[in-house]
Design a protein around this ligand. Structure first.
Ligand code: ADP
Ligand code: MG
Ligand code: MG
Ligand code: MG
Length: 400
C-alpha cells in the first residue's frame, strides 16, 4: 500500500520535525500552506523563536484546476527534486538548497526563499532587476550545457534522459502550448472580446506549419535537461540574487524551449505595460528595460554557452570549425519560435498570466492581449529565419 496522502499542515510539521538537526526537538513550529499553483501543495514551516524555516512542496495526484478529473503522475515530485539537485550542483547560487524528500510521499524539502519576490509579481509592481539577465543567462547556459551531449558523457546522458521521461507533464505542454490554441479546443480560455483574434489563429495555416515544426522539436530533440517551465513565476529575485524553482516539467528537450520561456514572459509583461503605467515617460523606460533584459538574457546565455563549449566540449566533432556557430543559430531560431508559442498560449489557452489578466482597465487588458498576439505570431512565423536577437526587439517595438 502506498504511503501517499496529501499533507495537512500538521503532517507537514511532523515531517519537518523528523528531519534530523534542522529544528530543535522542543521547537514550537508554525505552518502555512503558501502554494499558488494548481498541481501542488507548498508548506512553509517555521520556528519563529529561532528564526529558522524550510519549505515542503508536495505533488497532488491531479490538477486542481479541473477538479480531480485530470490525473497526474506523482513521480513528477522525484523528477522535480532530481532536477533541482542537478541544477543546484551546477549553479549553487541560483537554485535553492535541497534538504531532503520522499518519493512515495511526493515531497521535496528545500530552502525557504520567502525573503525573495516572484519575478512576475516584481515586474507587475514596476520593479527592475539589473542582475537578472546575467544570472538567468548563466543558469540556462550552465544547466543546459552540462546536461547535453556537448558537456557530459554521452552514454551517461542517455541513461539520465531515461530518468526524466516525464510523459504526463510533457503532454500538458504538447496539448496546451502546441495544439489547443490553434483549434477550437474545449480547454481554451479567452475572453469574448478577442474571439475574432482566436478564430484567426485557428485558420492561419502558415502559423500552424511553424507550430508543427516546433512541436516536432519539442517531441524529438532531446538536447539537454530542460527546466521545462521557466516562466517568471518560477523565478525568485531580489535586487542582487536570483533563484530558479519548480522544474517539475524537466525532461530532455530542445535548449531553445527554456530560453524562449523566459523571453516570452518578459514580452507578456512588455505587452501589458500600458495597463500598469499611465505616465508616458515611465512606460517608455519600463519597456526599454524589458527589451534590454531580453537582449541580455540571450547574450549572457550565448556568451556563457560558447565559453563552456570552448573550454569543455567533450568530443572531437564538437570542435569542427563552423559547427558551434550553426548550433547557436539553431538555438536562437528555436528560442524565438518557442517564445512565440508561449506568448500565444497565455492569451487564448487554458492558463494565463497575471501581468495581463489583472490589469484593471478592460480596454488596456484587451489591447495587451492584441499586442501580445501580434508579437507571438510574428515570433512563430519568422523565428526560423531569424539571425539575431535584435530582430525580436524590433518586432516588439513595432507591435507596441
Ligand atoms: P507549482 O509547481 O505548484 O507552481 P511552485 O514551486 O511554483 O509550485 O511554488 C508555488 C509558490 O509557493 C511559489 O510561487 C512561492 O510563492 C511558494 N514557494 C515555492 N517554493 C518556495 C521556496 N523555496 N521558498 C519560498 N516560497 C516558495
Ligand atoms: Mg505557481
Ligand atoms: Mg510554479
Ligand atoms: Mg510547477
Amino acid at each position: 500500500m502506498s504511503l501517499y496522502h496529501a499533507f495537512s499542515p500538521e503532517d507537514a510539521i511532523a515531517y519537518a520535525k523528523s528531519i534530523t538537526g534542522f529544528f530543535a526537538a522542543n521547537a514550537l513550529l508554525a505552518c502555512e500552506e503558501i502554494g499558488d499553483g494548481n498541481l501542488n501543495l507548498v508548506f512553509r514551516i517555521s520556528d519563529p523563536q529561532q528564526n529558522r524555516s524550510l519549505i515542503i512542496k508536495q505533488a497532488l495526484p491531479y490538477a486542481k484546476v479541473v477538479g480531480e478529473s485530470w490525473p497526474l503522475s506523482l513521480d513528477r515530485a522525484r523528477i522535480e527534486r532530481e532536477a533541482l539537485e542537478i541544477q543546484h550542483q551546477l549553479c549553487p547560487e541560483l537554485v535553492p538548497a535541497i534538504y531532503g524528500g520522499d518519493n512515495e510521499l511526493a515531497i521535496t524539502v528545500m530552502e525557504d526563499l520567502s525573503d525573495y519576490t516572484i519575478l512576475r509579481q516584481g515586474l507587475i509592481d514596476g520593479n527592475t532587476y539589473d542582475n537578472f539577465a546575467e544570472h538567468i543567462g548563466l543558469f540556462i547556459a550552465t544547466t543546459l550545457f552540462y546536461t547535453s551531449d556537448l558537456g557530459m558523457n554521452q552514454q551517461d546522458k542517455k541513461l539520465r534522459s531515461a530518468r526524466f521521461a516525464n510523459p504526463d507533464l510533457c503532454k500538458i505542454t504538447e496539448d496546451l502550448i502546441f495544439e489547443d490554441p490553434y483549434r477550437n479546443a474545449d480547454n481554451n480560455n479567452f475572453t469574448e472580446d478577442i474571439r475574432s483574434e482566436a478564430e484567426k489563429l485557428w485558420q492561419d495555416h502558415a502559423l500552424h506549419l511553424e507550430v508543427a515544426l516546433l512541436r516536432e522539436k519539442f517531441l524529438t530533440h532531446g538536447e539537454a535537461l530542460l527546466h521545462g517551465d521557466l516562466h517568471t513565476g518560477s523565478i525568485f529575485v531580489t535586487s542582487d540574487s536570483t533563484k530558479v524553482i519548480d522544474p517539475e516539467f524537466a525532461y530532455y528537450g530542445p535548449i531553445g524551449f527554456d530560453i524562449g520561456a523566459v523571453i516570452a514572459n518578459l514580452l507578456l509583461n512588455y505587452a501589458a505595460q500600458p495597463g500598469w503605467c499611465d505616465n508616458h515617460d515611465i512606460l517608455q523606460e519600463r519597456r526599454a528595460w524589458l527589451l534590454s533584459t531580453i537582449n541580455g538574457v540571450w547574450n549572457h546565455f550565448e556568451q556563457n554557452f560558447r565559453k563552456l563549449w570552448d573550454a569543455n566540449g567533450i568530443d572531437f566533432m564538437s570542435k569542427t570549425p563552423g559547427y558551434q556557430d550553426l548550433y547557436m543559430r539553431k538555438i536562437l531560431q528555436d528560442t524565438i519560435g518557442f517564445a512565440g508559442c508561449k506568448v500565444i498560449r497565455r492569451i487564448v489557452g487554458l492558463s494565463h498570466v497575471a501581468d495581463i489578466d489583472t490589469i484593471e482597465s478592460e480596454l488596456h487588458r484587451r489591447q495587451a492581449k492584441i499586442t501580445a498576439l501580434e508579437i507571438g505570431k510574428r515570433l512563430v512565423k519568422q523565428g526560423r529565419m531569424a539571425a539575431s536577437i535584435a530582430e525580436v526587439i524590433e518586432w516588439a517595438e513595432a507591435a507596441a
